[in-house]
Design a protein. Structure first.
Length: 323
C-alpha cells in the first residue's frame, strides 16, 4: 500500500465561457475509502469528475490521481481508474457481454482475458442471465449495473461513480449500494457524486459538500451533522397535562438551554452529555410522569446540506431513464 492520496486537488478551476464550473476547488481523498461529493444540480460535480478522469483539461490549479498529475500524465491516470458516467455509457446495440469485452479490449487485456473478466463481472453483478441480450433491452437498474461492471473490467484502484443511483427505483438503488459497499470493503477507492444525503450517509467515510464550484464543507457524516447543531433528546409523555411539570423537571437538569415544548406531551432538550437520556428518565420518574417515547435525534444530512448551501436537494430528482 502506498501513502499517496487517491485524489489531491488544489485550486482547480474550469470555466465554460462565462460559467465558472470549478472555482478554485481544493480536495484530498484518502486511498481505499469512499469519498462522496454531495451537491445540487450545477454544483460542479461532473466537471470535477471529468477533470480527474482526464476527460477535460482544467484551466488552472492541480489535480493528482494516485500520484499521477492529470495534465502531465493522463495515461498514468487512465491506467488506474474506472469511470461510470452520470448517463450510463452503454452501447445499446451490443449485448451486455459484448459491452464488457469491448471495455476489456480498450484496456488491452487481450481477447481471452477480456472474455474471462467480462464473465466474472457479469456474474458478480447478477447479469449472467441477461448477458447475451442486447443492452438496449435492459432496465434502468440493469444498465447502471452494467455501467458499474464496465468500470471494474480493468481492475482499477480508483473508480468514479457520477450519480450512480439517480433515477433508480429503491430496490435497484439498494442493490447498487450493496455493490459499492462490497467494492469499498475490498479496498477500492471510490469517488461518488450524489445529490442524496442518505446515499452519502450510507456509503461514504468522507463527505465533501460542493456548491458553486467549491467545497463548502467537509467531514464525516457525523462531524457535518454536528456543525449544524447538536442532537436533541425528544421525550413523549403518556399524559399531555403533565407537560408543564415535565418541563420544570427537565429544566432542572443541566441541559444545554431550556427544554422546548414541541406539542402537548412532547418536549425536547439539547443533548449536553451522553448521560442526559438516563438523567431525564430519572427526573421524570421522580414526578411520576409516564414516558411513552424517548429518542435522541441528530440533524439529518438534509438539514446539514440546507444549512450549508441554503438549498434543498429533494424535488430535483430526475429520471433520465425515462428520457
Ligand atoms: N460542456 C459544458 N459547456 C458549458 N457549460 C457547462 C459544460 N459542462 C458544465 N457546464 C456548466 O458548469 C456548471 C457545473 O456543471 P456540472 O455538470 O459539473 O454540475 P453537476 O454538479 O454535475 O450537476 P448535476 O447534478 O446536474 O449533474 C453548470 O453551470 C453547467 O451548466
Ligand atoms: Mg453531473
Amino acid at each position: 500500500m502506498t501513502s499517496v492520496p487517491a485524489i489531491q486537488v488544489e485550486g482547480l478551476r474550469k470555466s465554460f465561457g462565462k460559467v465558472v464550473a470549478l472555482d478554485g476547488l481544493d480536495l484530498v481523498g484518502a486511498e481505499g475509502r469512499v469519498l462522496a461529493l454531495l451537491g445540487p444540480n450545477g454544483a460542479g460535480k461532473t466537471t470535477l469528475v471529468r477533470a480527474l478522469a482526464t476527460l477535460l483539461r482544467p484551466d488552472a490549479g492541480r489535480a493528482v490521481v494516485l500520484g499521477h498529475d492529470v495534465v502531465a500524465d493522463p495515461l498514468g491516470v487512465r491506467r488506474e481508474i474506472g469511470l461510470a458516467g452520470q448517463f450510463a455509457a452503454v452501447d445499446e446495440v451490443m449485448t451486455g457481454r459484448e459491452n464488457l469485452i469491448m471495455v476489456g479490449r480498450l484496456y488491452h487485456l487481450g481477447r481471452v482475458e477480456s472474455q474471462r473478466r467480462a464473465g466474472e463481472v457479469l456474474e458478480r453483478f447478477g447479469l449472467s442471465d441477461a448477458a447475451d441480450r442486447r443492452a438496449g433491452t435492459y432496465s434502468g437498474g440493469m444498465r447502471r449495473r452494467l455501467d458499474l461492471a464496465a468500470t471494474l473490467v480493468g481492475r482499477p484502484r480508483l473508480i468514479f461513480l457520477d450519480e450512480p443511483t439517480t433515477g433508480l427505483d429503491p430496490r435497484s438503488r439498494a442493490q447498487l449500494w450493496e455493490m459499492v459497499e462490497q467494492l469499498r470493503d475490498e479496498g477500492t477507492s471510490i469517488l461518488l457524486t450524489t445529490q442524496y444525503m442518505d446515499e452519502a450517509d450510507q456509503l461514504a467515510q468522507q463527505i465533501a459538500v460542493i456548491d458553486g464550484g467549491r467545497i463548502v464543507a467537509e467531514g464525516t457524516a457525523s462531524t457535518l451533522k454536528e456543525r449544524v447543531g447538536r442532537s436533541r433528546l425528544l421525550v413523549r409523555l403518556a399524559e399531555r397535562d403533565r407537560t408543564e411539570e415535565a418541563r420544570a423537571a427537565l429544566g432542572a437538569l443541566d441541559g444545554d438551554g431550556p427544554p422546548e415544548i414541541l406539542a402537548p406531551g412532547e418536549l425536547s432538550l439539547a443533548m449536553s452529555a451522553d448521560d442526559l437520556p438516563a438523567r431525564a428518565v430519572r427526573a421524570l420518574d421522580r414526578i411520576n410522569a409516564g414516558i411513552v417515547g424517548i429518542e435522541v435525534r441528530t440533524p439529518t444530512l438534509e438539514e446539514v446540506f440546507f444549512a450549508l448551501t441554503g438549498r434543498r436537494t429533494d424535488g430535483e430528482r430526475r429520471t433520465e431513464e425515462a428520457a
